[in-house]
Design a protein around this ligand. Structure first.
Ligand code: ASP
Length: 440
């Protein structure tokens, strides 16, 4: 069985919803994971924000506007009278619920309940549309089986037991539809897998049902070799290993939620990235196989803070790094890049929630310098560190100012830290030196 996930734009217009129906009705049994229609989760986040700020009238207005949008889609997509009534009632109940939230006290749980409505709407809608078109589809509510534990990791045992149970109990179907993104937490409350988390839902499900393949359908033809928003003439990469894809997803390739690769890698299930608007194009296949050597792709991650920790006590001393790491551990702050010299350590973090407390502790035994608004540029490929063409990367250094380099930490990744102001120039330069030069 395959698991297919469709993103917001794939279910974001009548035309695309029809395309999705064509793609999934190929005669093979499958599980289909859906995101909310594009724009919906952002609208829900904004509604929650307005409620938090006690802007009740504005929240009401936004709820009405979103409701109108759904009524329009309903009018165009569903013709059959009894199904139309059903969907109308469902949509009305969701928007009544949202309106009832405007008088509630804001909390994380309320936020989670509000943002979950997008996936609940899209899956209900789509399942009913499939019924109208004569497709034997069943809705499997994600909240009946998808759960995370206290460390926010998927509770695989619970998911497997419950998913199997509800599939066994459901009437036989050709297509099972479920919500991406939403889940229960360890206390049984409604939660989610973070923004963009529907991809992660798909690979979690893929791993527990031992799917033959997980497909992530979006509006782009695979993972690109550079960021198409900033660099011209990028192209989709046909094959990536799990490790390469994980690095790219973590370091900024927006097409995949960063944790998506993990369950697939552990269960060795290939993940194929496909384009709903161009189903025939090959896309990107992510699997355990390494194909080709050298730099395959470049991605950039913004919002990075660089911290330089200097101490004369580091000279010829041991235990200094341990002391530094313990502080980051205490504040549950992950470190991405690190470089060291005899008297200083530079490292980067992307979560600066506890930055002030961390600095206070570091300053007890060192001098600390902080640079905000940095970007990590990550070059990914098999054996990049050893590959004979990797030296081209260093030619770029004459054109841009690089704050840190991480080389050799893994065979698949070289990372550069630059000021975010230089990011686009750096991406363009690297593209010219590495990819254009290679094809010239
Ligand atoms: N709808 C959620 C979001 O916009 C989850 C997803 O689309 O993957 O973040």
């Amino acid at each position: 069985m395959k698991v297919l996930k469709f993103g917001g734009t794939s279910v974001g217009s009548i035309n695309n919803i029809r395309k999705v129906k064509e793609i999934i009705t190929d005669g093979n049994k499958k599980i289909v994971v859906l995101s909310a229609m594009s724009g919906t989760t952002n609208a829900l986040v904004q509604i929650s924000e307005l409620i938090k700020n006690k802007q009740v009238n504005e929240a009401f207005q936004n709820i009405e506007t979103l409701h109108e949008k759904y009524k329009l889609v309903l009018d165009e997509l569903i013709e059959e009278t009894s199904i139309k009534l059903d969907v109308t009632n469902y949509i009305d109940s969701v928007f009544d619920f949202l309106k009832s939230c405007t008088s509630k006290k804001h909390s994380e749980l309320l936020y989670n309940k509000i943002v979950s409505q997008g996936e609940l709407l899209s899956t209900y809608f789509f399942t009913k549309y499939l019924h109208q078109e004569g497709v034997n589809a069943r809705l499997l509510p994600a909240l009946d089986f998808m759960r995370i534990d206290k460390t926010n990791d998927p509770d695989d045992f619970y998911i497997q037991q419950n998913l199997q149970r509800i599939i066994d109990q459901a009437l036989p179907a050709d297509i099972y539809i479920t919500q991406g993104f939403i889940c229960l937490n360890a206390f049984g409350e409604i939660a989610n897998l973070q923004r963009g988390g529907s991809d992660y839902t798909a690979t979690i499900i893929g791993a527990v049902v031992k799917a033959e393949e997980v497909q992530i359908w979006t509006d782009i033809d695979g993972m690109h070799n550079n960021d198409p928003r900033f660099v011209e003439n990028t192209h989709a990469i046909s094959n990536l290993s799990f490790d390469e894809a994980a690095e790219l997803a973590y370091f900024g390739a927006k097409i995949l939620h960063p944790q998506t690769v993990m369950p697939a890698r552990e269960a060795n299930i290939p993940v194929r990235l496909k384009n709903t608007m161009d189903p025939e194009s090959y896309g990107t296949l992510i699997s355990k196989d390494f194909k080709g050597e050298g730099i395959k792709a470049i991605a950039a991650k913004d919002g990075i803070t660089a911290i330089k920790i200097k101490s004369a006590r580091m000279l010829l001393a041991h235990g200094f790094l341990k002391k530094v790491f313990e502080i980051f551990e205490k504040y549950e702050t992950a470190i991405d890049m690190i470089t060291t010299s005899e008297i200083a350590v530079s490292l980067t973090i992307d979560d600066d929630k506890n930055l002030n407390a961390i600095i206070d502790e570091l300053e007890k035994f060192s001098t600390v310098e902080v640079d905000n608004q940095q970007s990590i540029i990550c070059l990914v490929g098999h054996l990049v560190v050893r590959h004979h063409e990797t030296h081209r990367l260093f030619q770029v250094l004459q054109d841009i100012s690089v704050r840190m380099i991480s080389y050799g930490g893994s065979n698949n990744n070289i990372s550069l830290l630059v000021s975010s102001n230089d990011k686009i120039t750096a991406l363009k330069c690297l593209n010219a030196y590495i990819f254009d030069f290679a094809t010239a």
